[in-house]
Design a protein around this ligand. Structure first.
Ligand SMILES: Cc1cc2nc3c(=O)[nH]c(=O)nc-3n(C[C@H](O)[C@H](O)[C@H](O)COP(=O)(O)O)c2cc1C
Length: 223
């Protein structure tokens, strides 16, 4: 049991040490289907506030779109050039107690009756309006966007455990990417905004040593 736990701990830390924001991907290497499906499943199973899953993911396989995105996505060029898989994560806009998305989640996903007056709906409303001050389109988008980053972390960690490399990407002009995607008919900007991009594949080079603050610098223990 102790040895088993030790092995598990070591496996986790090795994966985290191995994970690295990959700057150069080998374009000849493709992620096997089973591994890819596992990475996607890690995103799908990610937790979200009230379970409302305010996300959607575009898997960009089209090479013309990849080429065209480079104009607005300077931080994604390495991934667009060589990553096996390239994702654009979308965050849902205006997820409120009155939204059709919440009704859809409650009725179609949770299998429960939806009512604006139900205690769960009212609790969600009071959380958004009072506790978290989610009272503007921007704050609602940012709240949804924060949650999409949980799926990001889970995808990167799952990939690392499978010895697959990744690069999280915010290096793009959000407005330009959204305009581009909506002109292509790939994004309804009334429903979603772009949250981040993610390249996944295999590194071509070994990685520099990780530099991090010490645990003492980032952890305060309150006794
Ligand atoms: C939210 C976020 C956005 C990032 N955006 C980019 C990006 O646009 N392009 C890039 O090459 N790396 C990007 N990175 C990678 C970081 O620069 C990298 O994670 C950081 O320097 C730590 O290095 P490591 O991930 O290799 O340990 C981003 C990382 C995060 C978490």
């Amino acid at each position: 049991m102790t040895n088993n736990s030790q092995e598990k701990r070591q496996k986790i830390l090795t994966a985290f040490e191995h994970r690295h924001a990959t700057k150069s991907f080998d374009p000849t290497k493709k992620i096997p289907t089973e591994d890819w499906e596992t990475i996607l499943e890690a995103a799908r199973l990610s937790p979200s506030s009230f379970g409302y899953e305010p996300w959607s993911f575009l898997l960009i396989e089209n090479s013309q779109i990849k080429e065209e995105l480079k104009e607005f996505a300077w931080g994604a060029i390495n991934s667009l050039n060589g990553a096996s898989h390239f994702i654009i994560a979308l965050a849902r806009k205006n997820v409120t107690a009155e939204s059709s998305h919440v009704k859809h989640m409650v009725e179609d996903v949770f299998g429960l009756p939806f009512s604006p007056d139900a205690p769960q709906t009212q609790m969600f409303k009071q959380f958004q309006v009072n506790d978290f001050d989610l009272n503007s389109e921007r704050s609602l988008f940012d709240w949804a966007s924060k949650q999409t980053y949980i799926a990001l972390a889970n995808m990167m960690t799952t990939a690392a455990l499978l010895e697959i490399d990744s690069c999280p990407i915010e290096g793009f002009n959000r407005a330009d990417v959204e305009t581009y995607l909506s002109k292509k008919g790939l994004l309804d900007t009334n429903e979603f905004g772009v949250s981040y991009m993610l390249g996944l594949g295999y590194r071509t080079k070994e990685i520099p040593l990780k530099k991090r603050q010490s645990m003492d610098e980032i952890l305060t223990v309150i006794e």
